[in-house]
Design a protein around this ligand. Structure first.
Ligand code: KG4
Ligand code: ZN
Length: 346
């Protein structure tokens, strides 16, 4: 059993958790949404400064809520990639410092592997292989979880991430930030079939379309054109537009991930990221999975959105397998999920 203190500062949540293998002993998440709301999106420099200000109180609170002393902690972990470099640096510097002071191993964690581990937290008996659909403000990825530490990216968005599309459409409809929950609420009052919107497809050089990739920027532009046209005509039925947009995104995510799971003989799909909260996606994916005898797991939202418990859970797995990171491990804004093992000395 490994007890890990984990830190997550890759974007706009400052999070610290203490995790014992797949059990969460404490999980502190301080969201910066209010700080960034005025700008309609995350301002990287503000994010880093805010992380710096509250990281130490978050660490102290996580330790006190778990009722542990430093001697009970086996290792210190922090997200080191992908993310905003300045923001990642705060968490990684804090983790390395604690590792040196308390003489504990340090582990860097890939943020997307953390999102995958949210499913293990929610479903401790879950075992690979399975398909993880990761849909957040920064990522839209279908990841084949082949084994522990062994991942293959099967599909991803070529432009906007799914959550980013929700945020941008909400902005052009003047609905506020972040857009996902607002559109989700409004969509309940609208007609999802009111407007036919494009699904977004990626053409292949040899002809046809990529079966699992996504593209949301054309959809966003189609909504923009539709709003301009309706405005010129007089009235903009916001709830119908929200419902039609959400219907299109949820359908395309469902269709392509179910196809991807079936084509790869995977009987389980797990979801991660903030868009996992979307009621349309939950409904369509649950129905489609039942139709094809697939299991589908939506972890509780507190594990789907950015948190440090998922990072601690991934780190515990690596720690138990004997993996350690070097203290000179650098942060990286991007890194393929298939390369996670490069973060460790085995
Ligand atoms: O995973 P997350 O908290 O942060 C990262 O991007 O890493 O995801 C935030 C994203 C935002 O784009 C937000 O609009 C979207 O998740 N989101 C939703 C819903 N709740 C949050 N999108 C659609 N429907 C929702 N109910
Ligand atoms: Zn995330």
């Amino acid at each position: 059993m490994a007890t890990i203190l984990a830190i997550e500062t890759s974007c706009d949540e400052t999070a610290v958790a203490i995790v014992k293998n797949r059990q969460v002993l404490s999980s502190i998440v301080s969201s910066q949404i209010e700080l960034h709301r005025t700008y309609g999106g995350v301002v990287p420099e503000l994010a880093s400064r805010q992380h710096l200000e509250i990281i130490n109180p978050c660490i102290a609170q996580a330790m006190s809520e778990a009722r542990l002393d430093w001697q009970d902690i086996d290792a210190i972990a922090s997200t080191c990639t992908p993310g905003l470099v300045g923001a990642l640096l705060v968490g990684v510097a804090a983790a390395k410092t604690l590792s040196m002071i308390h003489n504990k191993p340090f582990l860097g964690v890939h943020h997307l592997e953390g999102h995958i581990y949210a499913s293990y937290l929610a479903q401790p008996e879950l075992e690979p292989p399975f398909l993880c659909l990761l849909v957040s403000g920064g990522h839209t990825s279908s990841i084949h979880v082949k084994d522990y530490g062994e991942y293959k990216l099967l599909g991803s968005s070529r432009d906007d991430a799914a959550g980013e599309a929700f945020d941008k459409v909400a902005r052009l409809l003047d609905l506020g930030y972040p857009g996902g929950p607002i559109i989700d609420r409004l969509a309940k009052k609208g007609n999802p079939k009111a407007f036919k919107l494009p699904e977004g497809r990626i053409s292949l050089p040899e002809g046809g379309y990529h079966p699992y990739d996504f593209s949301f920027s054309g959809l966003k532009t189609a909504v923009l054109r539709l709003v301009e046209k309706l405005k010129a005509e007089g009235e903009v039925p916001v709830a119908d537009i929200a419902a039609s947009f959400q219907h299109t995104v949820a359908q395309v995510l469902t269709k392509r991930s179910v196809q991807c799971a079936l084509d790869h003989n995977l009987d389980t799909i797990t979801i991660g990221g903030g868009v996992a909260a979307n009621s349309g996606l939950r409904k369509y994916l649950t129905e489609a999975a039942a139709k094809h005898q697939l299991k589908v797991y939506f972890p509780p939202l507190k594990f789907c959105t950015d948190n440090a418990a998922m990072i601690g859970c991934a780190a515990a797995e690596h720690f138990n397998l004997g993996h350690r990171s070097r203290l000179n491990l650098n942060v990286q804004s991007r890194m393929a999920i298939s390369k996670v093992m490069e973060l460790y000395e085995v």
